[in-house]
Design a protein around this ligand. Structure first.
Ligand code: NAD
Length: 429
C-alpha cells in the first residue's frame, strides 16, 4: 500500500501527489475557515510538538549489522498523551509521520478521547526480516524512543507492518528497563498481557454503527438497503457481517483480486475474511464476480470502501451511484472526488469518524491497563456503541446547523475541542 495520496487538480485530470502532511494541513485550513478558533492556535496546530529521529542498529541472523532509521512524531497533546501507530514500511519518513500524527489529533478529538496525535515507525520492509530480527529491531527501537513514550506521555499502537506481537515486544522491552510491568505504554497487545477484547473488531464495528446511523438519518431502513464493501479484511469483513446481521443486504464484497456480487445478498459469514483465508473471496465463489473498479460503481444504497486509500478519485466520482459512502479505510476519497460527490448530493461519512472505533477501544485498553482491570467483550462493545453515538450526534449537529459536508463537520467538531482546550490552558510562557 503506497503512502502517497494521489489527487487530481480541479482544472484538469492531471494527477498530482499530496502527502499526508499536505492533506492534514489542507484539512486544518478548511476547518479553520469554518470555526472561530484563534489564528494563533491554528498556527500552533500546523506544526508538530516534536519529531524524534533515531538510528536503530540490528544484528542480522547471519551476524552482520544493519542500521535502520526510526521516527516518532508527536503533533499535539493539549487534550492528553500522544496516541498513534508505529508502522514498519520502506516509505516511512518524518513528514508522513507528522501528517498521520495530525490525523490522529483530529480523530481523537472528534471522538472526545483524552489523547492527542502521534505516529511513528521504522524505514524497513518487514517482509525482509525474520521473526527474531523483527523482535530485536522492535526492542532496540523501544529503547531508542524510551524517553518519548509512556502511558501518560505517548502511547503507540500497531499499524501497517506491525501487530499485537510487535506491541508485546515493545511493552516488554519498555517494562524491563522501568523495572515494573507497564502494559499502558502501548495498545493493541494480546489480551493475555493487557490487550482489550474487541479491539481487533472495533474499527469494523464502528463503521457498521456509523453506517446504520447514516442510513436512518437519510430515512432509509436497514432491512431495505443494499451495501457494497470493498476490502474484506479486519475493517471490511467485520463491518459487512454486522450490517448483514442487522438486516442489510450485503450485495458485494471484494479483496485485492476482485469481488463477488449477488443482488439478493451474500452470506457474509461464509465468505472468508482476509484473516480467515487471505485472498479467499474469489476462491469462495468464482461466478458473479465484479472487479474492484466495478464494485465502487454498483447501483447500491451504501458503499463502504474499506481496503486502501485513494480509490474514489476525480476519474470515477461521477459514476458512484451509492447515496451514502462510509469511509472504512483511511483516506479512500481524494479531495477532488470529495468535492464532486458533495456537489452531486452524495453523503460521505469521513474516516476520522467512521473507523475511529480502533482508537476508541485502544483508549478502553489503556483505561483497563492503568486501572489493572479487564472489561468483558460485551462491556467493550457497549461502551464503543455509546462513544460512537455521542460522536455521531455531535457531528450531526454541525451538519444540521450549516451547509456542511460530514467531513467538514467532523473537522469542525475536532478543531473546536482542541481550540477550547488551547484557550483554557493558554500559552506558556
Ligand atoms: P486488512 O489487511 O485486514 O484487509 C485489507 C483487505 O483489503 C483485504 O481483503 C485485501 O485483500 C483488500 N485489498 C488490499 N488491496 C486492495 C485493493 N487494491 N483493492 C481492493 N481490495 C484490496 O486491513 P484492514 O485492517 O481491514 O485495513 C483496511 C483499511 O482500514 C486500511 O486503510 C487501514 O489503514 C484502515 N484502518 C484499519 C484499522 C485497523 O485497526 N485495522 C483502523 C482504522 C483504519
Amino acid at each position: 500500500m503506497t503512502q502517497k495520496q494521489t489527487t487530481h487538480s480541479e482544472s484538469d485530470s492531471e494527477s498530482t501527489t499530496e502527502s499526508p502532511l499536505e492533506t492534514a494541513r489542507r484539512q486544518l485550513r478548511t476547518a479553520a475557515g469554518r470555526t472561530d478558533v484563534d489564528d494563533g492556535v491554528i498556527e500552533r496546530l500546523k506544526h508538530p510538538t516534536r519529531v524524534v529521529e533515531v538510528s536503530i542498529p540490528l544484528e542480522r541472523d547471519d551476524g552482520s549489522v544493519d542500521v535502520f532509521t526510526g521516527y516518532r512524531a508527536q503533533h499535539d497533546d493539549v487534550r492528553g498523551p500522544y496516541k498513534g501507530g508505529l508502522r514498519y514500511h520502506p516509505e516511512v519518513n518524518a513528514d508522513e509521520c507528522v501528517g498521520l500524527a495530525m490525523w490522529m489529533t483530529w480523530k481523537c478529538a472528534v471522538m472526545d478521547i483524552p489523547f492527542g496525535g502521534g505516529k511513528g515507525g521504522i524505514v524497513v520492509d518487514p517482509k525482509e526480516l525474520s521473526d527474531d530480527e523483527k523482535e530485536r529491531l522492535t526492542r532496540r527501537f523501544a529503547e531508542e524512543i524510551r524517553d518519548e513514550v509512556g502511558p501518560s506521555r505517548d502511547i503507540p499502537a500497531p499499524d501497517m507492518g506491525t501487530d499485537a506481537q510487535t506491541m508485546a515486544w515493545f511493552m516488554d522491552a519498555y517494562s524491563m528497563q522501568e523495572g515494573e510491568t507497564i502494559p499502558g505504554v502501548v495498545t493493541g497487545k494480546p489480551p493475555v498481557i493487557g490487550g482489550s477484547y474487541g479491539r481487533e473488531e472495533a474499527p469494523g464495528r464502528s463503521v457498521a454503527i456509523v453506517a446504520r446511523e447514516a442510513i436512518e438519518y437519510y430515512d432509509e431502513s436497514l432491512d431495505d438497503v443494499s451495501i457494497a464493501v470493498q476490502g474484506y479484511g479486519s475493517v471490511g469483513a467485520n463491518a459487512a457481517r454486522l450490517l448483514d446481521e442487522w438486516g442489510a443486504d450485503i450485495v458485494a464484497v471484494s479483496d485485492v483480486n476482485g469481488g463477488l456480487y449477488d443482488p439478493d445478498g451474500l452470506q457474509t459469514q461464509d465468505v472468508p475474511s482476509h484473516k480467515e483465508e487471505p485472498e479467499g473471496v474469489m476462491r469462495y465463489d468464482s461466478s458473479n464476480t465484479v472487479s474492484n473498479e466495478e464494485l465502487l460503481e454498483l447501483d447500491v444504497d451504501v458503499l463502504i470502501p474499506a481496503a486502501i486509500g485513494n480509490v474514489i478519485t476525480a476519474d470515477n466520482a461521477d459514476r458512484i451511484q451509492a447515496d451514502i459512502i462510509v469511509e472504512g479505510a483511511n483516506g479512500p476519497t481524494t479531495s477532488t472526488a470529495d468535492t464532486i460527490l458533495h456537489e452531486r448530493g452524495k453523503h460521505v461519512i469521513p474516516d476520522i469518524l467512521a473507523n475511529a472505533g480502533g482508537v476508541t477501544v485502544s483508549y478502553f485498553e489503556w483505561l483497563q491497563d492503568i486501572n489493572r482491570r479487564t472489561w468483558s467483550k460485551e462491556r467493550v462493545n457497549d461502551e464503543l456503541e455509546s462513544a460512537m453515538l455521542d460522536a455521531w450526534t455531535d457531528v450531526k449537529a454541525e451538519v444540521d446547523a450549516g451547509d456542511m459536508s460530514w467531513r467538514d463537520a467532523a473537522y469542525v467538531v475536532a478543531l473546536n475541542r482542541i481550540g477550547e482546550a488551547k484557550e483554557a490552558r493558554g500559552l506558556w510562557p
